[in-house]
Ligand binder design. Structure first.
Ligand SMILES: C[S@@+](CC[C@H](N)C(=O)[O-])C[C@H]1O[C@@H](n2cnc3c(N)ncnc32)[C@H](O)[C@@H]1O
Length: 271
């Protein structure tokens, strides 16, 4: 039953995945990832890397987590849906003299054998794959008994959702809702039978000179926000621009704006 359900899922989401792959391919994530370096540091520290361990970082992007783990002497594999991300991650690893294996692939069907890894991680990586049961199943499958899981995900942020929601394009009604992962009971439901779980919280601050400066940084030259904005007509784009800047300006300090973003860390031990 599971196999046929997964199979139908693959077919159902082929188009969505192709769009996601294409949109992430052109994102200069390397530059955006620097803004969440604190989250990457935190996740890797909490997973307590040990030299010689085999570590998989899923939806690795430009390798923020993978490269940090590699620095600790771990044998790291990073996987991402977007070939452009993997290309940048390989370049960054080479520039740092780190040896990391990077593969293009899908979190919902990992190209690795059962129990292959001591550690499985993903930072902000479970939001997009549309089949959450498949993702959770794959994490459990490739993690050895006694191995560790570490996920970082944004906490639900009602204030930001209120800004964004009116502009949200129509979503695929069959796809699971990415932000749901930010709720403990939802994540526990997906992962709790394979992992002993522990939840904690952290915070990064998104800072800039002004709301307008953050808007410019986030919409040029490309990025997830630009993609979102480009899907709107001129009128709506202007409305969203105003709402976005107004939201950031609510967090004005003496030296610019500084918006707290809370994230959840899920740590698991494979049982
Ligand atoms: C918000 S970025 C996070 C990247 C990285 N983990 C980090 O923290 O810097 C989300 C990443 O998920 C990847 N992604 C989206 N859907 C995926 C899927 N089904 N399988 C694997 N990666 C996926 C995107 O290509 C993108 O690199």
């Amino acid at each position: 039953v599971r196999a046929s359900a997964l199979l139908s899922g693959y077919v159902r989401f082929d188009k969505l995945k192709a769009e996601q792959r294409e949109s992430w391919d052109s994102v200069p994530w390397e530059r955006l990832a620097r803004r969440i370096a604190g989250l990457h540091d935190d996740l890797v520290r909490r997973l307590n890397p040990q030299p010689g361990e085999r570590w998989l970082d899923v939806a690795t992007g430009t390798g923020g987590v993978a490269l940090r783990a590699a620095r600790a002497g771990v044998h790291v594999t990073g996987l991402d849906l977007a070939p452009g991300m993997i290309e940048t991650a390989r370049r960054l690893a080479a520039e740092s003299g780190l040896s990391v294996r990077f593969d293009v692939g899908d979190a919902e069907r990992l190209p690795y054998e059962d129990a292959r890894f001591d550690v499985v991680s993903s930072a902000l990586g479970v939001e997009e794959p549309p089949d959450h049961v498949a993702v959770a199943h794959e994490f459990a499958r490739v993690c050895r008994l006694g191995g560790r899981l570490g996920l970082a995900h944004w906490r639900p942020d009602p204030e930001w959702e209120e800004v964004r929601e009116p502009f949200q394009p129509v979503r695929d009604a069959n796809a699971d809702i990415g932000t749901d992962w930010g709720r403990e009971e939802y994540a526990a439901n997906l992962l709790g039978s394979a992992f002993e779980l522990e939840f904690s919280e952290g915070e990064v601050r998104l800072t800039g000179e002004s709301g307008e400066a953050i808007w410019r940084f986030s919409t040029s030259p490309a990025g997830p926000l630009k993609e979102f904005v480009d899907s709107m007509d001129r009128n709506r784009r202007e409305q969203f621009h105003r709402a976005y800047v107004e939201y950031y300006e609510r967090y004005r300090t003496e030296s610019g704006v500084s918006v707290p973003k809370k994230y959840m860390i899920i740590l698991g031990r494979r049982v």
